[in-house]
Structure formats: structure tokens, C-alpha cells
Design a protein around this ligand. Structure first.
Ligand SMILES: Cc1cc2nc3c(=O)[nH]c(=O)nc-3n(C[C@H](O)[C@H](O)[C@H](O)COP(=O)(O)OP(=O)(O)OC[C@H]3O[C@@H](n4cnc5c(N)ncnc54)[C@H](O)[C@@H]3O)c2cc1C
Length: 470
């Protein structure tokens, strides 16, 4: 019945039935079929509003979806939900060079927004591997981070204005292009990072930045974590805001990924404890290159770097990044991947990594190794291991998240919570914070129709003390 009503609102051609969806993979990561009541594709904001108002009135659960590339089962349906795809809302306006902003609809991919900005001589500061499939709405709903967060911030920092539709169909629109807007509560931040649980994002005005004229990239080897971290401070101070990326790889990851099973070639000798990729993108290529090489040389001569290479061509630059970004070999090695996206203070990273290695050996000695790498400059590490028996994953989850809490870290740096990490949110958020999150959810979505079961469970109104009010 509700599907016929939705077809009446947006046209039958834009309502895909359960059977039509059955052959479609649930998300980017699995061959499991989609199990949902239907997928609906409204064509504009007014249609999104009408569909949500109707679903709210009927108690119909709705899961917003973009490119389905999230890593936390964020768009997973149990069976009776309706998937609400924003794919038809994919317009991108001409960038406004004066305010350095662009307005885009939620279904536009990150790559198309990047390309549109570049034509205007500007850069959109959000970038990650899934750029070709991930949508703006999904990336904002996940508060995605990625490869340039060190310079431009996460998705939260990219948004000047936002439009979202609440569960009852109310359109909340504040599409301003300003950097400064102190007109009361910053409502857009409720929706950014809320993983489709508080509203459906339909449009945003995005900040853009000057497009750099070139990139300088180096790979360095260290045997001392402190020396690698010190280089970050030096480059931040001396590269005048042009440092875009500062990535770290623990030796085990580097050795494997440059070995026969990986990319098969190592620009620097293997066997060091840490490897760093740093990249600066400036506006004066010859001056930038000279300054960059001087800084890398001084890291080598006085800063504790054991080896270093600066890419001399785009091909060499790609070869360096491939070591960091090639996960195929890792997937083959580990089979059942057990991976983590974590934040923690840079000072705690070394002892955290050692503690994980120690406890993993003690509690899961059958593990196939521990690969650690990440965005050092953002305080974000990615850990991957593999175990022969998938049943062991909960044990390793408890081990890693327990240690992350003990080291003052967060259980999610950029991939969000979804279903995968919901159980562990208590490791990073206090009972008061969890209770406030529930209050926000029940206020904005009292019927709990929006992406239910993701991020936080809501069984009824919750008091600040964390009790479910009767
Ligand atoms: C190869 C690869 C590399 C990646 N690298 C990174 C990385 O470096 N950094 C990083 O942060 N992430 C990374 N990701 C994950 C990244 O968060 C997602 O790819 C992206 O942000 C999600 O966009 P999407 O359109 O696919 O959203 P989906 O996966 O479709 O949805 C994600 C969540 O947002 C909700 N949602 C979707 N659209 C809307 C909307 N319009 N309004 C409200 N809620 C909505 C969904 O309900 C879901 O909860 C990577 C993923 C892949 C596959």
C-alpha cells in the first residue's frame, strides 16, 4: 500500500520492488543481495519531503543511501525498510569564485564535484579512494575524512550551508555561502556525521580552496617513531600551510606491500620500523620543490630519517602512493579481514601499537600478522589483522577497543559507527553523551523511521541520566 502511495508521489518508474533489488549487492563490500522492501528515487527536494512525510505517517522505516561505499554496514537493511536513494538529485551549480563555494545536490559524486571545482581553478578538499562512487550526501552523513583532511579538515569543515529533510517531511534549508554565520545553533552539524539517522541531506554549499600548481612527494624511513612524528611538526611549521598529507606505515605493512605479494618493488630498503609519505602542494613549483627538498634533506641529515626519496615524476609519485593504497594483497593475505579505523593522540600511538601486538599474540596467536598504517597528521591509524576463524573477531574487537579507550583514543576516526561499531560506542562516549544522542534522535525522529538501528539504539525517550523514560 505504502509503495503504491509513493509511486503516486514520484512515479512508478522510480520505485524498485523487492524482487528487482534482489540481484543487487547490499553494498560495495559484499556480494550479499539487498534485502529491502523497495528502493525509491525521488527527483527533487519536494519529493523527498513528501516521501518522508508519508513514511512517517505510516511508520515505514527508511534508509537513505548514496554510493553504498561506507565501511560500517550503514545502509544495511533488515528486510522491511525502504531504501531512499538520492541518485537523481545530482546537480552541481557553477562554482562561485568570489566566495570560493559551490552548491551541489546530495547525489553528486565526490569526483564530479572535484572535477567541477578544478575547471574553475579551485579545489574541493574532500578526497578518498571511493571518490568515483561515493555521493556528497553519504560523505557528509559519514563526516568522511580521507587523504587531505590534514590540510582541509574532514567533511564537517567543507560545508558552509546545508539543506536537510526531517523525518516528518519538514525541509530545513540554510544554504548560505558564508565562512562566518553566528545566527544561533549550527544546525547543519546535527546532520553531518549523523549517518542518516537525523535527517536526509539534500543539498549543500561547499567551501572550495585555491587549486595548487603542483605536488612534491617524499617517502622516508625511520627507526624511531618520535623522529617520524617530529618531522610532522617541522613540515607543518616550515611549509607555510602547503602540507597536504602525512601518512605513516609500520615496517611490517611496508615490507609486505612492497614485497612479492604486494606491488613488488620498494623505492627504499625494507626492514625499517616506520615509513612516512609526506606531500606538499603549493603554488610556485620551482620555489616549492627547492624548499621541500631542503627540508627532506635536513630530516635525513639531522632529523633521524634513515633513508629518503623524493618523487621526480608523476609516475614515481604514484608508485609511492600505491604502497599505501594497495589493499588487494592484504585482503588475499588475511582472508577474513579484521580491520579498525581509530583515532588517538600521536604520543600514544607507539605504545598502543605495541600493546595491541602483545595482546594479539597472547590471546589470538593464530593471527596472520598485524598491519598498521594511517594518517599520522590526523591522529588516525588503520589496523588490520587476519584470523583463520571469523568467530574470533569479537574477541579481537574487545581487545582493540579496550586498548583504544585506555590510550585516550576514539573507536572511529573517519568511517563512522553504523551497525559494525554501535556496540563499542561506550568505549568512546560517556553515558551522558549517549543519553544526549538518544534525546536528539527521539526529538528529530520521534517515530524512529530514519535508518533505525544504526549508530545508537533508541527504544524510547531517554533521560540525561541514561535511563529510558517510561
Ligand atoms: C575504497 C574506499 C576507500 C575509502 N576511503 C575512505 C577514507 O579515506 N576516508 C573516509 O572517511 N572514508 C573512506 N571510505 C568510506 C567513506 O565514508 C564512504 O565511501 C563515503 O563517505 C560514503 O558515501 P556513500 O555515498 O557511498 O554513502 P553510503 O555508503 O550510501 O551511505 C553512508 C551513510 O550515509 C547515509 N546517507 C547516505 N546518503 C545520505 C543523505 N543524502 N542524507 C543522509 N544520510 C545519508 C546512509 O544511510 C549511511 O548511513 C572509503 C570507502 C571505500 C570503498
Amino acid at each position: 500500500m505504502v509503495l503504491e502511495e509513493i509511486a503516486g508521489l514520484i512515479g512508478g518508474a522510480h520505485v524498485l520492488s523487492r524482487d528487482e533489488l534482489a540481484g543487487r549487492p547490499r553494498d560495495f563490500w559484499t556480494k550479499e543481495p539487498t534485502r529491502a522492501r523497495a528502493l525509491v528515487r525521488p527527483g527533487n527536494v519536494a519529493e523527498v519531503s513528501r516521501v518522508l512525510a508519508l513514511c512517517n505517517a505510516r511508520g515505514q522505516k527508511v534508509i537513505p543511501e548514496g554510493g553504498r561505499t561506507n565501511l560500517v554496514q550503514g545502509t544495511q537493511a533488515a528486510g522491511d525498510e525502504i531504501l531512499l536513494s538520492l541518485e537523481r538529485l545530482n546537480g552541481i551549480a557553477d562554482p562561485d569564485a568570489r566566495s570560493a563555494t559551490v552548491m551541489a545536490e546530495a547525489g553528486a559524486t565526490i569526483q564530479r564535484i572535484q572535477e567541477r571545482a578544478e575547471v574553475a581553478g579551485l579545489r574541493f578538499g574532500l578526497d578518498f579512494g571511493a571518490r568515483g562512487s561515493a555521493s556528497l550526501g553519504g560523505a557528509l552523513a559519514m563526516n568522511a575524512g580521507g587523504l587531505q583532511a590534514l590540510r582541509y579538515g574532514t567533511a564537517r569543515s567543507q560545508v558552509a550551508g546545508l539543506e536537510a529533510v526531517l523525518s516528518d517531511g519538514t525541509v530545513v534549508s540554510h544554504l548560505t555561502p558564508f565562512t562566518k554565520d553566528n545566527t544561533g545553533y549550527d544546525l547543519k552539524q546535527f546532520f553531518i556525521g549523523s549517518e542518516g539517522t537525523l535527517g536526509v541531506i539534500t543539498r549543500a554549499v561547499l567551501h572550495l580552496h585555491p587549486l595548487p600548481a603542483g605536488a612534491d612527494t617524499a617517502l622516508l624511513a625511520f627507526d624511531d617513531f618520535g623522529a617520524a612524528a617530529a618531522l610532522l611538526g617541522a613540515l607543518r611549521a616550515q611549509l607555510a600551510g602547503t602540507l597536504s598529507s602525512f601518512e605513516i606505515m609500520w615496517g611490517e605493512f611496508f615490507d609486505f606491500n612492497t614485497g612479492e605479494q604486494g606491488v613488488g618493488t620498494a623505492p627504499l630498503a625494507r626492514g625499517h620500523a616506520y615509513y612516512v609519505i609526506c606531500e606538499a602542494e603549493g603554488f610556485d613549483p620551482s620555489f616549492d620543490r627547492q624548499r621541500f627538498e631542503t627540508l627532506i634533506a635536513s630530516a635525513f641529515e639531522r632529523g633521524g630519517a634513515r633513508d629518503a626519496v623524493v618523487a621526480q615524476s608523476e609516475r614515481e609519485r604514484r608508485e609511492i602512493w600505491n604502497i599505501r593504497e594497495n589493499f588487494d594483497a592484504e585482503i588475499r593475505l588475511f582472508g577474513t579481514l579484521v580491520d579498525y579505523d581509530l583515532s588517538l593522540p600521536i604520543d600514544a600511538m607507539e605504545s598502543f601499537a605495541e600493546a595491541v601486538r602483545r595482546e594479539l599474540q597472547a590471546k589470538a596467536p593464530q593471527n596472520r600478522g598485524l598491519h598498521i598504517m594511517g594518517h599520522l597528521g590526523d591522529g588516525n591509524l588503520h589496523l588490520t589483522t587476519g584470523v583463520p576463524d571469523p568467530e574470533m573477531k569479537p574477541l579481537i574487537d574487545e581487545l582493540v577497543y579496550g586498548l583504544i579507550a585506555a590510550h585516550g583514543g576514539a573507536i572511529s576516526a573517519e568511517h563512522g559507527i553504523g551497525i559494525t561499531k554501535k556496540r563499542f560506542l561506550r568505549h568512546s562516549r560517556s553515558p551522558e553523551e549517549l543519553a544526549l544522542m538518544r534525546r536528539l534522535k527521539t526529538t528529530l525522529d520521534p517515530a524512529n523511521i530514519l535508518n533505525p538501528g544504526k549508530v545508537i539504539d533508541v527504544t524510547g525517550p531517554v533521560t540525561l541520566e541514561g535511563r529510558v523514560a517510561q
